[in-house]
Design a protein around this ligand. Structure first.
Ligand code: NAD
Ligand code: TYD
Length: 353
C-alpha cells in the first residue's frame, strides 16, 4: 500500500484534496500533516476522520528536525504540499510568517523527501512524486487583456505571492539539481465550502447573514478568475496521477469576475435564500481603502491541462456560488466555531506535535 503525505490538509483546499484521495483511493494511505493554525480545522474532515486509510499528524513544516524524523519513520512515497500562509492581507501585516512557512517550510519538505528518496534519485523513480500546490498570483497582474500561461514570467507583487514564487523556484531547483520528481500547479482563486471567512466570498456571506458591511477594496474593479474548490481538487488528482516529472500546469475556470459583480451576484442569491426583498443585501456594500499593491486582474489559461490531461471545470459560477451559499447557510455552527476560534482551541489541546 502506498503512503502519501498531504500537508495543510485541515485547511480549505487541503481538506477537499484529503477527502477526495481518502474516499477515491482506499488502497492509498493518506497522512494529513497540519499545524492547525487559525486557518486549519479538523472539523473540515469529520466525515472521513475514522477511515482506515486516513491519519492526522499535527506538526509544523518549519521545524526541520521534526519533518526529517517524520519522513524517516513514515517513508512516504509521495507528497502533495498545500500547507501555507495563504491570505494576502495578513502577508502585508506579517511578511516573515509567510517567508517561514511558505519558503523555509517548503525547503524543509524538499530536503526530507530528497533524503529518503536519494537512493533512487537519477534512476526511474517509480511512484515517487513531490507535488507542490501553488497560485496564479506568482505571475503578477494582468492589464485589460491577456491570460497567464505556464510560460508567463514570474512577477509577484505581494509578500504572499513573493513567498509562493520563492517556494516554486525551490521546487523546480530541486528537480533540476537533485533529480527530485517534482510537479507544480498554479491555480486561480478558489471558492466553496470550508473557506475561512476572511477571504472575500465567505467573509461577505457571513457579513450578509449578520447584516454587517461588505468591505470592497477600492472601486471593486479588480478581476479574479474563480474556480469551485472541488474542481481544483479534481485537477490535483489528475495532475498527481498523470503529469510527467518536472512539469507545470495552470488550473483555472475561464471565469473572470470583477469583485463588485461577484458581491452583487452574492447579494442577489442571499436575498433570495434569506427571503429578503431584492436589493436588501446590496445596501451593505461599503467601498473601503484599497489593498496596498492590489493586483488588478488575474486570468488563467488552462489549455495545457485541458488538452494534455483532459481536465475541465464542472460548474458554472452562478451554480457554484449558490451551492456555496447553501453550504454556509446549512453549516452555521461551523461558521460560528471557526470565527470564534473555539474548535482551534479544542483540537490544539487534543493534539501535540
Ligand atoms: P488555508 O489557509 O485555508 O489552509 C492552509 C493550511 O495550512 C491550514 O490548515 C494551516 O493550518 C496549514 N499550515 C499553515 N502553516 C503551516 C505550517 N507551518 N505547518 C503545517 N501546516 C501549516 O489555505 P488554502 O486556501 O487551502 O490554500 C492551500 C494551498 O493552495 C496554499 O499553498 C495556497 O497558496 C494554494 N492556493 C490557494 C488558492 C485559494 O484560492 N485559496 C488558490 C491557488 C493556490
Ligand atoms: P481574497 O479573497 O483575499 O483573495 P486574493 O487576494 O488571494 O485574490 O480577495 C479576492 C479579491 O477581493 C481581491 O481582489 C481583494 C478583494 N477583497 C475585497 O475587496 N474586500 C475584502 O474584504 C477582501 C478580503 C478581499
Amino acid at each position: 500500500m502506498k503512503k502519501i503525505l498531504i500537508t495543510g490538509g485541515a485547511g480549505f483546499i487541503g481538506s477537499h484534496v484529503v477527502r477526495l484521495f481518502v474516499t477515491k483511493y482506499p488502497n492509498l494511505q493518506v497522512v494529513n500533516l497540519d499545524k492547525l493554525t487559525y486557518a486549519g480545522n479538523l472539523m473540515n474532515l469529520i466525515d472521513i476522520e475514522n477511515r482506515e486509510n486516513y491519519r492526522f499528524v499535527k506538526g509544523d513544516i518549519v521545524d526541520a528536525s521534526f519533518i526529517n524524523e517524520l519522513f524517516e519513520i513514515e517513508q512516504f512515497d509521495a507528497v502533495i504540499h498545500l500547507a501555507a500562509e495563504s491570505h494576502v492581507d495578513r502577508s502585508i501585516e506579517n511578511p516573515l510568517d509567510f517567508v517561514m512557512t511558505n519558503i523555509i517550510g517548503t525547503v524543509n519538505l524538499l530536503n526530507a523527501a530528497k533524503k529518503i528518496w536519494s537512493p533512487s534519485l537519477g534512476k526511474e523513480i517509480a511512484g515517487k512524486r513531490f507535488y507542490h500546490v501553488s497560485t496564479d498570483e506568482v505571475y503578477g497582474s494582468l492589464g485589460e487583456t491577456g491570460m497567464f500561461t505556464e510560460e508567463t514570467k514570474y512577477d509577484p507583487h505581494s509578500p504572499y505571492s513573493a513567498s509562493k514564487a520563492g517556494s516554486d523556484h525551490f521546487v523546480r531547483a530541486y528537480g533540476d539539481t537533485y533529480g527530485l520528481p517534482v510537479v507544480i500547479s498554479n491555480c486561480s482563486n478558489n471558492y466553496g465550502p470550508f473557506h475561512f471567512p476572511e477571504k472575500l466570498i465567505p467573509l461577505c456571506i457571513n457579513n450578509i447573514k449578520n447584516s454587517k458591511p461588505l468591505p470592497i477594496y477600492g472601486k471593486g474593479e479588480n478581476v479574479r478568475d474563480w474556480l469551485f474548490v472541488e474542481d481544483h481538487a479534481r485537477a490535483i488528482d489528475v495532475i498527481f496521477h498523470t503529469a510527467k516529472n518536472g512539469t507545470t500546469y495552470n488550473i483555472g475556470g475561464h471565469n473572470e469576475w470583477k469583485n463588485i459583480d461577484v458581491i452583487r451576484l452574492l447579494c442577489t442569491i442571499m436575498d433570495r435564500k434569506l427571503n429578503k426583498a431584492t436589493g436588501t443585501s446590496e445596501k451593505l456594500i461599503t467601498f473601503v481603502k484599497d489593498r496596498a499593491g492590489h493586483d488588478l486582474r488575474y486570468a488563467i489559461d488552462s489549455t495545457k491541462l485541458q488538452n494534455e490531461l483532459g481536465w475541465k471545470p464542472s460548474l458554472q459560477f452562478e451554480e457554484g456560488l449558490e451551492k456555496t451559499v447553501d453550504w454556509y447557510l446549512a453549516n452555521e455552527e461551523w461558521l460560528e466555531r471557526v470565527t470564534s476560534g473555539a474548535y482551534q482551541d479544542y483540537y490544539n489541546k487534543q493534539y501535540t506535535q
